[in-house]
Design a protein around this ligand. Structure first.
Ligand code: ATP
Ligand code: MG
Length: 177
C-alpha cells in the first residue's frame, strides 16, 4: 500500500434499518469492494458483537449501551484512517446521534424496506418467532424503530437489487475517498 493510501482519512458508514432490511448483505459487499481498492476496512456487525457479548439485552438501556460502545470503537478506528462499515438495527435516534457526535465523518445510511417485506424475507426466522411469542422486544413489532430524519442516504432495498443498493452507497462515499 502506498503512503498516500495510509494517509487518507477514515470515515464511518453506519447502516441502520429493520432486521432483514439488508444491512449485513450490503455491508459485506461494500467491504469486499473497498478492501480491493487497498483501503483499510473494518466491519462491525450487530450479530457478531452480540455473539461476543451474548448478555447484551434488547431493552432501551441495553440497546443504547451497545450502540454507544460500538460507536466509540467505530470513532477510534476512524481516527486511525480506517473505513468503518457498521451494520446495526440501532433503532433509537438518540443513540445514532450520539455516535454521529463521536465521529468526524458519519454517513448514516437508512437501509429501508417495509416491515411486510422484512417479514416476507424472514432471513433468520426471527419474525416468525416474534409473532408466535417465542421472542420479545422485536424491532418493528413490539419494539420501536425510529426512522432516520436526515440520513445522508436512503437505500430502498425493497425495490432495488443488491447491486443497485451497493452502487448507490459507492457513489456517495466517492466524495470522501
Ligand atoms: N437491495 C437489497 N439489498 C440488500 N439485501 C437485499 C436486497 N434485496 C433483497 N435483499 C435480501 O434481503 C435479505 C437481507 O438480509 P440481511 O441479513 O442482510 O439483513 P439485516 O438488515 O442485516 O438483518 P439483521 O438486522 O437481522 O441482521 C437478504 O436475504 C438479501 O439477499
Ligand atoms: Mg445483519
Amino acid at each position: 500500500m502506498s503512503k498516500s493510501e495510509t494517509e487518507k482519512p477514515g470515515f464511518v458508514i453506519w447502516l441502520t434499518g429493520l432486521s432483514g432490511s439488508g444491512k449485513s448483505t450490503i455491508a459485506d459487499r461494500l467491504a469486499k469492494i473497498l478492501s480491493q481498492k487497498g483501503r483499510k476496512i473494518e466491519r462491525l456487525d450487530g450479530d457478531i458483537l452480540r455473539g461476543i457479548f451474548p448478555n447484551t439485552g434488547f431493552d432501551r438501556q441495553a440497546r443504547d449501551e451497545h450502540i454507544q460502545r460500538v460507536g466509540y470503537m467505530a470513532s477510534r478506528l476512524e481516527h486511525h484512517g480506517v473505513i468503518v462499515i457498521a451494520s446495526f438495527i440501532s433503532p433509537y435516534r438518540k443513540a445514532r446521534r450520539f455516535v454521529r457526535g463521536l465521529c468526524k465523518q458519519f454517513i448514516e445510511v437508512w437501509v429501508k424496506a417495509s416491515l411486510e417485506e422484512c417479514k416476507r424475507r424472514d432471513v433468520k426466522g426471527l419474525y416468525k418467532k416474534a409473532t408466535t411469542g417465542k421472542i420479545q422486544q422485536f424491532t418493528g413489532l413490539d419494539d420501536p424503530y425510529e426512522e432516520p430524519e436526515k440520513p445522508e442516504l436512503i437505500i430502498d432495498t425493497e425495490h432495488q437489487t443488491i447491486e443497485q443498493s451497493v452502487s448507490q452507497i459507492l457513489d456517495k462515499i466517492n466524495l470522501f475517498m
